[in-house]
Design a protein. Structure first.
Length: 230
């Protein structure tokens, strides 16, 4: 019996594998930053587990200086900085591209990305979802509305996104979904809750910041070279 080559037996799997490999090749620092973030969270999680300091791990993601100690909320501060990096990078690059005569799909993508991420950041920073939930509006309904916005965003720009190293963008929104799911159906120890909600959010923001920094840098450089040629 003749055995067909692996590429013929699993063509879709090999295409998927090659696509993932290409993503990491195009954005090599993606692996480094993700690995370092996961390692940091893993070490902190193991330390909290062994020393029974799950509460202390949770307080790393609390509001800054909520308990009067400098390290309280330090990872929350890092998350907020990364969030601002993504929003400002998108908005700044959009402003630069608007100065050129040529119009591109990138402009609209960056504009809507800045608006979406900015809206989500404002909600998270000023606890809008929490405030609305105390007024009787279900968190599930609120997150359903946010999910619908992200779905519309994905439908509108997916053709453009797949032309970019999209893996960190996809990973970022998946991790965001996990974080929000944990917020709605939270349970277990404080340390585990902090890891699943705030830890995944931090990792999501690392990926989003890397993605938008990379594609904006590439687009600005491409326009710069084009202007020099002309």
């Amino acid at each position: 019996m003749k055995i067909s080559p692996l590429s013929e037996q699993f063509p879709n799997f090999l295409i998927f594998f090659k696509t993932i490999k290409k993503q990491f090749t195009n954005v090599p620092f993606l692996v480094v930053f993700n690995a370092l973030t996961i390692l940091m969270l893993g070490v902190l999680g193991v330390y909290a587990k062994l020393t029974h300091k799950g509460t202390g791990f949770d307080r790393l993601f609390s509001d800054p200086f909520n308990y009067g100690s400098p390290y309280e909320g330090i990872l929350t501060g890092v998350s907020e900085v990364l969030w601002c990096v993504s929003v400002i990078t998108c908005a700044f690059t959009f402003g630069l591209l608007r100065q050129t005569k040529a119009r591109s799909r990138m402009e609209m993508f960056l504009l809507f990305s800045a608006l979406l991420l900015g809206f989500l950041f404002i909600d998270d920073r000023f606890r809008i979802t929490l405030i609305l939930s105390t007024l009787g509006i279900s968190k599930k309904l609120i997150y359903l509305c946010y999910g619908s916005l992200i779905f519309i965003y994905a439908i509108k720009f997916w053709r453009f996104v797949i032309t970019t190293p999209y893996l960190p963008l996809l990973a970022g929104f998946i991790l965001f979904a996990i974080s929000r799911f944990e917020d709605v159906f939270s349970g277990g120890s404080l340390g585990r809750h902090a890891m699943l909600e705030d830890g995944t959010k931090l990792l999501a923001l690392v990926n989003l910041a890397l993605y938008f920094w990379h594609i904006c840098h590439q687009e600005i450089w491409r326009n710069f070279q084009h202007s020099e040629e002309n």
